[in-house]
Design a protein around this ligand. Structure first.
Ligand code: SF4
Length: 346
Protein backbone atom coordinates (compact mmCIF):
# COMPACT_ATOMS: atom_id res chain seq x y z
CA UNK A 1 0.00 0.00 0.00
CA UNK A 2 1.65 3.31 -1.08
CA UNK A 3 1.87 6.15 1.44
CA UNK A 4 -1.14 8.46 1.35
CA UNK A 5 -0.34 11.86 -0.13
CA UNK A 6 -0.89 14.53 2.54
CA UNK A 7 -0.76 17.56 0.21
CA UNK A 8 -1.29 18.26 -3.47
CA UNK A 9 1.50 18.30 -6.04
CA UNK A 10 -0.24 21.06 -7.95
CA UNK A 11 -3.13 23.44 -7.35
CA UNK A 12 -5.17 25.19 -10.03
CA UNK A 13 -7.35 28.07 -8.85
CA UNK A 14 -9.88 29.92 -10.99
CA UNK A 15 -8.97 33.32 -9.60
CA UNK A 16 -12.09 34.67 -11.29
CA UNK A 17 -14.83 33.46 -13.58
CA UNK A 18 -15.34 36.95 -14.96
CA UNK A 19 -14.06 37.39 -18.46
CA UNK A 20 -13.63 40.16 -21.01
CA UNK A 21 -14.49 37.72 -23.83
CA UNK A 22 -17.41 35.38 -24.53
CA UNK A 23 -15.74 32.64 -26.57
CA UNK A 24 -17.98 30.22 -28.44
CA UNK A 25 -16.29 27.18 -26.89
CA UNK A 26 -15.84 28.30 -23.24
CA UNK A 27 -16.40 25.07 -21.30
CA UNK A 28 -17.04 26.80 -17.99
CA UNK A 29 -19.31 29.48 -19.40
CA UNK A 30 -17.09 32.22 -18.00
CA UNK A 31 -18.68 35.60 -17.39
CA UNK A 32 -22.17 34.13 -17.39
CA UNK A 33 -22.25 31.42 -14.72
CA UNK A 34 -23.52 31.45 -11.12
CA UNK A 35 -19.99 31.49 -9.70
CA UNK A 36 -19.38 35.08 -10.87
CA UNK A 37 -21.68 36.55 -8.20
CA UNK A 38 -20.15 34.47 -5.42
CA UNK A 39 -16.39 34.62 -5.95
CA UNK A 40 -13.88 34.43 -3.13
CA UNK A 41 -13.01 37.94 -1.94
CA UNK A 42 -9.43 39.23 -2.13
CA UNK A 43 -8.96 38.38 1.55
CA UNK A 44 -10.38 34.90 1.11
CA UNK A 45 -8.07 34.25 -1.85
CA UNK A 46 -5.03 35.45 0.09
CA UNK A 47 -5.98 33.29 3.09
CA UNK A 48 -6.29 30.33 0.72
CA UNK A 49 -2.95 31.16 -0.89
CA UNK A 50 -1.27 31.34 2.55
CA UNK A 51 -2.71 27.95 3.46
CA UNK A 52 -1.51 26.51 0.16
CA UNK A 53 1.99 27.89 0.82
CA UNK A 54 1.97 25.90 4.08
CA UNK A 55 1.25 22.73 2.10
CA UNK A 56 4.27 23.30 -0.21
CA UNK A 57 2.87 22.08 -3.53
CA UNK A 58 5.30 21.95 -6.45
CA UNK A 59 3.20 24.20 -8.67
CA UNK A 60 0.25 26.55 -8.74
CA UNK A 61 -1.77 27.74 -11.72
CA UNK A 62 -3.90 30.87 -11.93
CA UNK A 63 -6.82 29.89 -14.17
CA UNK A 64 -10.10 31.55 -15.07
CA UNK A 65 -12.07 33.35 -16.47
CA UNK A 66 -9.60 35.99 -17.44
CA UNK A 67 -7.01 35.98 -14.69
CA UNK A 68 -5.68 39.48 -15.40
CA UNK A 69 -9.03 41.03 -14.48
CA UNK A 70 -7.75 40.47 -10.90
CA UNK A 71 -4.18 41.45 -11.66
CA UNK A 72 -3.39 43.08 -8.30
CA UNK A 73 -4.60 40.00 -6.47
CA UNK A 74 -2.60 37.76 -8.80
CA UNK A 75 0.55 39.82 -8.13
CA UNK A 76 0.15 39.67 -4.34
CA UNK A 77 -0.58 35.93 -4.49
CA UNK A 78 2.44 35.39 -6.72
CA UNK A 79 4.70 37.16 -4.23
CA UNK A 80 3.57 34.85 -1.44
CA UNK A 81 3.68 31.64 -3.48
CA UNK A 82 7.07 32.31 -5.07
CA UNK A 83 8.53 33.24 -1.64
CA UNK A 84 7.47 29.74 -0.56
CA UNK A 85 9.21 28.13 -3.51
CA UNK A 86 6.07 27.25 -5.47
CA UNK A 87 6.38 27.32 -9.30
CA UNK A 88 3.64 29.54 -10.69
CA UNK A 89 1.87 29.60 -14.03
CA UNK A 90 -0.94 31.73 -15.35
CA UNK A 91 -3.49 31.26 -18.11
CA UNK A 92 -4.71 34.30 -20.04
CA UNK A 93 -6.52 35.21 -23.25
CA UNK A 94 -3.81 37.84 -23.80
CA UNK A 95 -6.07 40.85 -24.13
CA UNK A 96 -4.62 42.60 -21.05
CA UNK A 97 -1.10 41.15 -21.30
CA UNK A 98 0.86 44.26 -22.23
CA UNK A 99 4.57 44.77 -21.64
CA UNK A 100 4.20 46.41 -18.19
CA UNK A 101 1.91 43.68 -16.94
CA UNK A 102 4.11 40.84 -18.16
CA UNK A 103 7.16 42.41 -16.50
CA UNK A 104 5.22 42.97 -13.26
CA UNK A 105 4.10 39.34 -13.26
CA UNK A 106 7.61 38.09 -13.82
CA UNK A 107 9.03 40.30 -11.07
CA UNK A 108 6.38 38.98 -8.67
CA UNK A 109 7.54 35.41 -9.32
CA UNK A 110 5.60 34.06 -12.29
CA UNK A 111 7.42 31.22 -14.10
CA UNK A 112 5.22 30.50 -17.08
CA UNK A 113 2.28 31.89 -19.01
CA UNK A 114 -0.25 30.27 -21.33
CA UNK A 115 -2.07 32.20 -24.02
CA UNK A 116 -4.91 30.87 -26.13
CA UNK A 117 -4.44 30.97 -29.87
CA UNK A 118 -7.13 29.14 -31.78
CA UNK A 119 -5.93 29.64 -35.31
CA UNK A 120 -5.01 32.43 -37.67
CA UNK A 121 -6.71 35.82 -37.50
CA UNK A 122 -10.18 34.96 -38.86
CA UNK A 123 -10.58 31.73 -36.90
CA UNK A 124 -9.23 33.14 -33.65
CA UNK A 125 -11.40 36.25 -33.76
CA UNK A 126 -14.49 34.31 -34.85
CA UNK A 127 -14.06 31.91 -31.94
CA UNK A 128 -13.47 34.68 -29.43
CA UNK A 129 -15.80 37.31 -30.82
CA UNK A 130 -13.45 40.28 -30.82
CA UNK A 131 -11.86 41.90 -33.81
CA UNK A 132 -8.29 43.09 -33.18
CA UNK A 133 -7.71 40.34 -30.59
CA UNK A 134 -5.37 38.36 -32.83
CA UNK A 135 -2.82 41.18 -33.01
CA UNK A 136 -3.05 41.70 -29.24
CA UNK A 137 -2.26 38.04 -28.58
CA UNK A 138 0.63 38.02 -31.04
CA UNK A 139 2.03 41.14 -29.31
CA UNK A 140 1.76 39.39 -25.95
CA UNK A 141 3.58 36.36 -27.38
CA UNK A 142 6.34 38.56 -28.85
CA UNK A 143 6.82 40.41 -25.56
CA UNK A 144 6.91 37.15 -23.61
CA UNK A 145 9.51 35.63 -25.93
CA UNK A 146 11.68 38.70 -26.43
CA UNK A 147 11.45 40.66 -23.20
CA UNK A 148 10.93 38.09 -20.44
CA UNK A 149 12.18 34.69 -19.35
CA UNK A 150 8.64 33.39 -18.81
CA UNK A 151 8.07 29.94 -20.22
CA UNK A 152 5.47 30.16 -22.99
CA UNK A 153 2.58 27.77 -23.50
CA UNK A 154 -0.09 28.03 -26.16
CA UNK A 155 -3.52 26.39 -25.98
CA UNK A 156 -5.23 25.62 -29.29
CA UNK A 157 -8.84 24.43 -29.19
CA UNK A 158 -9.90 22.58 -32.36
CA UNK A 159 -13.17 23.47 -34.04
CA UNK A 160 -14.83 22.83 -37.38
CA UNK A 161 -13.32 26.04 -38.79
CA UNK A 162 -9.74 26.10 -37.49
CA UNK A 163 -8.25 22.61 -37.86
CA UNK A 164 -6.36 23.54 -41.00
CA UNK A 165 -4.87 26.56 -39.24
CA UNK A 166 -2.92 24.34 -36.88
CA UNK A 167 0.20 23.89 -38.98
CA UNK A 168 0.39 27.57 -40.05
CA UNK A 169 0.07 28.54 -36.37
CA UNK A 170 2.96 26.18 -35.56
CA UNK A 171 5.03 27.69 -38.33
CA UNK A 172 4.40 31.21 -37.09
CA UNK A 173 5.21 30.30 -33.48
CA UNK A 174 8.35 28.43 -34.54
CA UNK A 175 9.57 31.49 -36.45
CA UNK A 176 8.88 33.75 -33.49
CA UNK A 177 10.78 31.42 -31.18
CA UNK A 178 13.70 31.20 -33.62
CA UNK A 179 13.99 34.96 -34.03
CA UNK A 180 13.85 35.47 -30.25
CA UNK A 181 17.03 33.38 -29.91
CA UNK A 182 15.54 31.43 -27.01
CA UNK A 183 16.52 27.83 -26.55
CA UNK A 184 13.49 26.57 -24.62
CA UNK A 185 10.49 25.01 -26.37
CA UNK A 186 6.93 26.26 -26.54
CA UNK A 187 4.38 23.96 -24.90
CA UNK A 188 1.60 23.59 -27.44
CA UNK A 189 -1.53 22.08 -25.91
CA UNK A 190 -4.43 20.72 -27.89
CA UNK A 191 -7.38 18.80 -26.55
CA UNK A 192 -10.73 17.88 -28.05
CA UNK A 193 -13.52 20.39 -27.74
CA UNK A 194 -15.54 19.72 -24.57
CA UNK A 195 -19.28 20.01 -25.12
CA UNK A 196 -19.72 21.78 -21.81
CA UNK A 197 -20.68 25.37 -20.96
CA UNK A 198 -21.02 27.62 -24.02
CA UNK A 199 -19.70 24.90 -26.33
CA UNK A 200 -22.89 22.96 -25.61
CA UNK A 201 -24.93 25.85 -27.02
CA UNK A 202 -22.56 26.24 -29.98
CA UNK A 203 -22.17 22.55 -30.75
CA UNK A 204 -21.98 23.12 -34.52
CA UNK A 205 -18.38 24.27 -34.04
CA UNK A 206 -17.39 20.71 -33.08
CA UNK A 207 -14.91 19.22 -35.60
CA UNK A 208 -16.02 16.19 -37.58
CA UNK A 209 -14.29 12.84 -37.00
CA UNK A 210 -12.36 13.37 -40.22
CA UNK A 211 -11.19 16.77 -39.09
CA UNK A 212 -10.02 15.30 -35.76
CA UNK A 213 -8.18 12.56 -37.64
CA UNK A 214 -6.51 15.15 -39.84
CA UNK A 215 -5.47 17.20 -36.84
CA UNK A 216 -4.03 14.24 -34.95
CA UNK A 217 -2.09 13.22 -38.07
CA UNK A 218 -0.71 16.74 -38.38
CA UNK A 219 0.35 16.72 -34.72
CA UNK A 220 2.07 13.35 -35.15
CA UNK A 221 3.83 14.50 -38.34
CA UNK A 222 5.08 17.67 -36.64
CA UNK A 223 6.47 15.68 -33.72
CA UNK A 224 8.91 13.95 -36.10
CA UNK A 225 9.43 16.73 -38.64
CA UNK A 226 13.02 18.03 -38.28
CA UNK A 227 11.79 21.53 -39.17
CA UNK A 228 9.51 21.62 -36.11
CA UNK A 229 10.43 19.03 -33.51
CA UNK A 230 13.04 21.03 -31.60
CA UNK A 231 10.68 23.93 -31.04
CA UNK A 232 7.61 22.46 -29.38
CA UNK A 233 6.40 20.17 -26.68
CA UNK A 234 3.24 19.04 -28.45
CA UNK A 235 0.52 17.72 -26.17
CA UNK A 236 -2.66 16.09 -27.45
CA UNK A 237 -4.66 15.97 -24.21
CA UNK A 238 -7.34 13.38 -23.67
CA UNK A 239 -9.80 14.70 -21.05
CA UNK A 240 -11.36 11.25 -20.63
CA UNK A 241 -8.08 9.52 -19.87
CA UNK A 242 -7.87 10.36 -16.16
CA UNK A 243 -11.54 9.43 -15.68
CA UNK A 244 -10.70 5.92 -16.85
CA UNK A 245 -7.28 5.53 -15.25
CA UNK A 246 -7.76 7.15 -11.85
CA UNK A 247 -10.60 4.98 -10.52
CA UNK A 248 -9.24 1.77 -12.06
CA UNK A 249 -5.71 2.24 -10.76
CA UNK A 250 -6.98 3.82 -7.54
CA UNK A 251 -4.62 6.71 -8.16
CA UNK A 252 -4.14 9.33 -5.51
CA UNK A 253 -5.45 12.82 -5.93
CA UNK A 254 -2.48 15.14 -6.16
CA UNK A 255 -3.84 17.84 -8.48
CA UNK A 256 -6.47 20.07 -6.95
CA UNK A 257 -8.75 22.31 -8.98
CA UNK A 258 -10.62 25.04 -7.10
CA UNK A 259 -13.36 27.19 -8.60
CA UNK A 260 -13.58 30.96 -8.08
CA UNK A 261 -16.26 30.45 -5.37
CA UNK A 262 -14.02 28.06 -3.42
CA UNK A 263 -15.60 24.82 -4.68
CA UNK A 264 -13.15 21.91 -4.95
CA UNK A 265 -13.67 19.48 -7.83
CA UNK A 266 -12.48 15.91 -8.27
CA UNK A 267 -11.99 16.69 -11.95
CA UNK A 268 -12.84 19.77 -14.03
CA UNK A 269 -14.90 17.42 -16.24
CA UNK A 270 -17.03 15.63 -13.62
CA UNK A 271 -20.03 17.68 -12.43
CA UNK A 272 -19.28 16.91 -8.79
CA UNK A 273 -18.06 19.29 -6.08
CA UNK A 274 -16.36 17.51 -3.17
CA UNK A 275 -15.85 20.45 -0.84
CA UNK A 276 -15.45 24.18 -0.50
CA UNK A 277 -12.58 26.10 1.08
CA UNK A 278 -15.11 28.38 2.79
CA UNK A 279 -16.34 25.36 4.79
CA UNK A 280 -13.04 23.63 5.57
CA UNK A 281 -9.41 24.32 4.75
CA UNK A 282 -7.70 22.45 1.94
CA UNK A 283 -5.47 20.79 4.54
CA UNK A 284 -8.58 19.54 6.40
CA UNK A 285 -9.86 17.99 3.18
CA UNK A 286 -6.51 16.25 2.69
CA UNK A 287 -6.53 15.11 6.31
CA UNK A 288 -10.03 13.70 5.67
CA UNK A 289 -8.77 11.59 2.77
CA UNK A 290 -8.93 13.74 -0.33
CA UNK A 291 -5.89 11.98 -1.75
CA UNK A 292 -7.96 8.82 -2.15
CA UNK A 293 -11.19 10.44 -3.30
CA UNK A 294 -11.09 8.40 -6.55
CA UNK A 295 -11.83 5.32 -4.41
CA UNK A 296 -15.11 6.81 -3.18
CA UNK A 297 -18.13 5.03 -4.71
CA UNK A 298 -19.88 8.20 -5.95
CA UNK A 299 -16.74 9.51 -7.70
CA UNK A 300 -15.96 6.10 -9.20
CA UNK A 301 -19.55 5.59 -10.35
CA UNK A 302 -19.67 8.97 -12.10
CA UNK A 303 -16.27 8.50 -13.73
CA UNK A 304 -17.27 5.02 -14.88
CA UNK A 305 -20.22 6.49 -16.78
CA UNK A 306 -18.00 8.77 -18.88
CA UNK A 307 -16.11 6.89 -21.56
CA UNK A 308 -16.45 9.55 -24.24
CA UNK A 309 -16.99 13.26 -24.64
CA UNK A 310 -20.62 12.56 -25.57
CA UNK A 311 -21.21 10.59 -22.36
CA UNK A 312 -19.52 13.38 -20.41
CA UNK A 313 -21.94 15.86 -21.93
CA UNK A 314 -24.93 13.60 -21.31
CA UNK A 315 -24.21 13.17 -17.58
CA UNK A 316 -23.38 16.87 -17.10
CA UNK A 317 -26.63 17.90 -18.84
CA UNK A 318 -28.70 15.48 -16.73
CA UNK A 319 -27.18 16.75 -13.50
CA UNK A 320 -27.48 20.40 -14.58
CA UNK A 321 -31.16 19.91 -15.52
CA UNK A 322 -32.09 18.32 -12.21
CA UNK A 323 -29.80 20.51 -10.13
CA UNK A 324 -30.92 23.85 -11.61
CA UNK A 325 -27.75 24.33 -13.64
CA UNK A 326 -25.48 23.46 -10.73
CA UNK A 327 -23.07 20.57 -10.16
CA UNK A 328 -23.71 17.92 -7.52
CA UNK A 329 -22.33 18.97 -4.13
CA UNK A 330 -21.27 16.12 -1.84
CA UNK A 331 -18.82 17.29 0.78
CA UNK A 332 -16.00 14.91 1.55
CA UNK A 333 -16.07 15.88 5.24
CA UNK A 334 -19.75 16.61 5.92
CA UNK A 335 -21.54 14.21 3.57
CA UNK A 336 -21.18 10.61 2.44
CA UNK A 337 -19.40 9.97 -0.85
CA UNK A 338 -20.16 6.29 -0.31
CA UNK A 339 -23.92 6.76 -0.65
CA UNK A 340 -24.76 5.81 -4.24
CA UNK A 341 -28.46 6.56 -3.78
CA UNK A 342 -27.73 10.24 -4.61
CA UNK A 343 -27.08 9.11 -8.18
CA UNK A 344 -30.34 7.21 -8.56
CA UNK A 345 -32.06 10.14 -10.31
CA UNK A 346 -29.30 10.59 -12.90
S1 SF4 B 1 -12.43 30.53 -23.10
FE1 SF4 B 1 -11.15 31.78 -21.77
S2 SF4 B 1 -11.14 33.79 -22.71
FE2 SF4 B 1 -12.82 32.69 -23.61
S3 SF4 B 1 -14.64 33.23 -22.39
FE3 SF4 B 1 -13.77 31.36 -21.53
S4 SF4 B 1 -12.38 32.04 -19.92
FE4 SF4 B 1 -12.81 33.81 -21.26
Amino acid sequence: MPAIIGAPHSVALDITNKCNLRCLHCFNNSGENDVVANELSDNEVLELVDSICQMHPFSFCFCGGETLLRKDLVIESLRRLSASGVKCNLVSNGLLANSNTLHELERAGLNGIQFSLDGLRDSHEHMRGLSGLYDRVLDAIDITLNETSLHLSIAFCPTSFNVDDFKPVCTMLRDKLKSSGRTDRIDLRVQPLMLLGRARRNRTIRPSNNQYRRLVNTINDLRYDPDYRGYFMLEWGDPIDHLVRFPQLQMQFDQVAIHANGDIVASPYIPLIIGNVRKHSLQEYYDAGMATVWDKPVVTALANRMHSIDEMEEISSLIADINMDGDLYIDLIDDDLGDLSVLSQF
